[in-house]
Design a protein around this ligand. Structure first.
Ligand code: HEC
Length: 235
């Protein structure tokens, strides 16, 4: 009987929390996603172009669409954000061939267009801050959230070296609190940008939403007196 009860409890818990089995025991850190923060999105775009777009594509996103959403002109986009292409109407594809990628990394780096929706922003924020030194791995690093990951710690110069203790806690070996703070901010901007490319029209929806509410609020002052007039004779 006890066994059946615990099995039922287990079943309930695993159904209620989809990430339960997949993410193991790693605690995911929350991240402040703010799609109206254009400066953060612009910084995130720059980090993405510099550190990610060599291996990962974002094939559903066009440069000029991104520029428009982030408040940048085509010229600004071309000058500071386009390293992988030369036409602002292009989508964010990469030159690396899948066959070569497989040879180099063992797996093909996935397209990141909708990764924020597949993995969630908290997972991404934690993942990019969970690399640690592991001399048993070919790349010299491993990751708490994604065990034996085939992706190198591409931003290690920004974060410095990190080691893992026997309790699975991470400790910085180099750098100080300021470095850690800056790295967290950098990853936050990057994840903010990934959240944006995962759902680009959300920016417009949020902006439009304000006007709709304002319209409704103003319309109330027209509708209410009108209602009063119409119902005057009925009473
Ligand atoms: C040197 C090539 C390379 C670069 C640069 C790179 N990645 Fe990766 N990335 C990979 C590979 C390879 C994998 C697949 C790892 C695996 O499945 O073991 C991967 C996997 C991922 C995943 C997990 C995908 C999933 O859900 O399975 C995310 C998220 C990711 N990368 C984000 C990034 C971000 C953000 C950047 C820029 C900061 C970046 N990557 C830069 C090679 C790269």
């Amino acid at each position: 009987m006890k066994l059946i009860v615990s099995f039922l409890v287990y079943l309930l818990v695993s159904i209620a929390t989809p990430g339960f089995a997949a993410s193991g025991k790693v605690h995911l850190d929350s991240v402040d996603i703010d799609l109206s923060d254009k400066a953060s999105l612009q910084r995130g775009a720059k980090i993405f172009m510099n550190y990610c777009l060599s291996c990962h594509s974002a094939a559903y996103m066009r440069y000029n669409r991104m520029g428009k959403d982030l408040g940048l002109s085509d010229a600004q986009v071309a000058e500071s954000l386009m390293f992988a292409s030369d036409k602002v109407g292009d989508t964010m594809t990469i030159a690396m061939r899948p066959k070569d990628a497989k040879k180099w990394f063992g797996v093909v780096p996935p397209d990141l267009s909708v990764i924020s929706r597949a993995r969630g922003t908290e997972w991404l924020y934690t993942y990019l801050r969970s690399y640690y030194l592991d001399i048993n791995k070919p790349l010299g690093t491993n990751n708490l959230v994604f065990k034996d990951v085939g992706m190198p710690h591409v931003m290690w110069q920004e974060q410095g070296y990190v080691r893992k203790d026997s309790d699975n806690k991470l400790h910085a070996l180099t750098g100080d609190q300021a470095t850690a703070f800056e790295y967290n901010m950098m990853v936050r901007d990057l994840v903010n940008f990934l959240a944006y490319i995962g759902e680009p029209s959300k920016i417009q929806r949020l902006a439009l939403g304000k006007w709709v509410l304002l319209y409704l609020a103003l319309f109330f002052f027209v509708a209410y007196p009108l209602k009063k007039i119409f119902w005057e004779d009925v009473h």
